[in-house]
Design a protein around this ligand. Structure first.
Ligand code: AMP
Ligand code: GLY
Length: 426
């Protein structure tokens, strides 16, 4: 089967690496791809915002499955255009992608289907939002309703912070995404991310992970897209995973089908494991980046067959095996990230780092100039390792990091610290 993979980050490199191992794979194309993906796929310049052009490409190159990595093309309706043209696609319709595209949409789905989540209210103007804040007090969480590249959330410890966050939203700090604001109760517990591949009616559990969003060690400093991750998430015991499926994910799929927007693709549930049980913080409609990188290291099954089964509504008939080992990824970012990253610095030692046992280096934001590898983004490399425990995986990942010669980059040295501390206690 010929496959078109849409995206250009470390997530897509990990997907391409795993797809390339499939005996079912014919030719793999990536739009636009990156220098790491180019080892497994033919990278093509295709304007993915031009749905007609994507459909034409798929017809011409006999694409049997389109896999969409990032959320933006999904929210823009690329899956609808492909489905209307009779082309199989792994990824939700624009309507179903509102699970990520609108916080209020997801909250309403939770309310209609008794799905456990933080208590909430939605506002379209600052005075009403502030009056509500005065009533409920702090701590409290303020969210821009729409897609704000992970930056639209403030966990406010004081009312002043909460007021400032509301003002930012309505003054346009997040553009249209901030035209409405969701205010919700602060949940207390340990966070975990759970992944499910879905075919509209069936959800197949697809691994768990924990990420580190803050740029600085000890989880301090501004939030990023993610500075590292590990899998599995220790809080997700088999019992807790079963509860998440039963209490959160299955009712969500039923609710989406009932509203005529069945969900196909990856459902990424961001959860808080509270004393009362699992509660939904948010959904994303795609794999996490860098969570996908650790999931792909642990998946012991044919990714292409699984994603094709999801796209074709056949998940009832399949299962996925996972390695017992843990996986951990360290994100190497260009200096300046998450502000403006310095571009164009040279990266050396990649091959040596990639030869450390159990290690895969995924490219996130790189470019080739002749045979020189250069930084071309904020998050640049994902140094990823498999090991008998999170601690072993971490040691392998950092020994590979130490072989990379890149003065223009940095990484956190403490990825996985909670799990490592847990393992040290036994
Ligand atoms: P989100 O973009 O919705 O994933 O939120 C970003 C981060 O904010 C989450 O990963 C949590 O750490 C935190 N967060 C969001 N909502 C809540 C909440 N209701 N209670 C506590 N923390 C939250
Ligand atoms: N790493 C978080 C995300 O992909 O949303």
């Amino acid at each position: 089967m010929n496959v078109l993979l849409i995206g250009s980050g470390g997530r897509e490199h990990a997907l391409a690496w795993k797809l390339a191992q499939s005996p079912q794979l014919g030719k793999l194309y990536a739009a636009p791809g990156n220098p790491g993906i180019a080892k497994h796929a033919k990278c093509i310049a295709l304007d993915v915002a031009d749905h007609g052009a994507v459909v034409d490409f798929c017809r011409k190159y006999e694409i049997g499955l389109v896999i969409v990595g990032p959320e933006a093309p999904l929210v823009a309706g690329i899956a609808d255009a492909l489905a209307a043209a009779g082309i199989n696609v792994f990824g939700p319709s624009a309507e179903a992608a509102q699970l990520e595209g609108s916080k209020g949409f997801t909250k309403e789905l939770c309310d209609r289907n008794s799905i456990p989540t933080a208590a909430w209210q939605r506002f379209n103007n600052a005075p009403k939002a502030k009056a509500y804040l005065r009533q409920v007090g702090a701590p409290i969480v303020i969210k821009a309703d729409g897609l704000a590249a992970g930056k639209g959330v403030t966990v406010a410890e004081t009312l002043e912070e909460a007021f400032a966050a509301v003002e930012d939203c309505f003054e346009g700090a997040f553009g249209d995404a901030g035209a409405e604001v969701v205010i919700e109760e602060k949940l207390i517990g340990e966070e975990a991310s759970c992944f499910f591949i879905c075919d509209g009616t069936t959800a197949l559990p697809f691994g768990t992970a924990q990420d580190h969003k803050a740029v600085g060690e000890g989880d301090t400093g501004p939030n990023t897209g993610g500075m590292g991750a590990y899998s599995p998430a220790p809080v997700m015991t088999p019992d807790m995973s079963a509860r998440v499926l039963r209490e959160i994910v299955e009712p969500s799929l039923r609710g989406m089908a009932e509203m005529g927007a069945p969900f196909t693709g990856v459902l990424f549930a961001g959860l808080m494991i509270t004393e009362q049980g699992p509660k939904l913080i948010e959904y994303n409609v795609r794999f996490g980046d860098p969570e996908c990188q650790v999931l792909m290291m642990r998946l012991d099954a044919d990714l292409l067959s699984l994603l094709a089964a999801a796209a074709e509504g056949r998940l009832m008939d399949v299962s996925a095996d996972w390695r017992d080992e843990a996986a951990l990824t360290v994100v190497m970012a260009a200096k300046g990230y998450p502000g403006t990253p310095e571009k164009g610095s040279a990266i050396g030692g990649i091959d040596e780092a990639g030869s450390v046992a159990g290690v895969q280096i995924f490219h996130a934001g790189t470019a080739l100039e002749g045979d020189r590898l250069l930084a071309a983004g904020g998050r640049v490399l994902n140094v990823t390792a498999l090991g008998a425990s999170v601690t072993t995986a971490r040691d392998a990942a950092y020994s590979a990091v130490d072989k990379i010669d890149w003065p223009g980059g940095f990484c956190r040295r403490d990825i996985g610290w909670r799990a490592v501390a847990r393992e040290a206690k036994g």
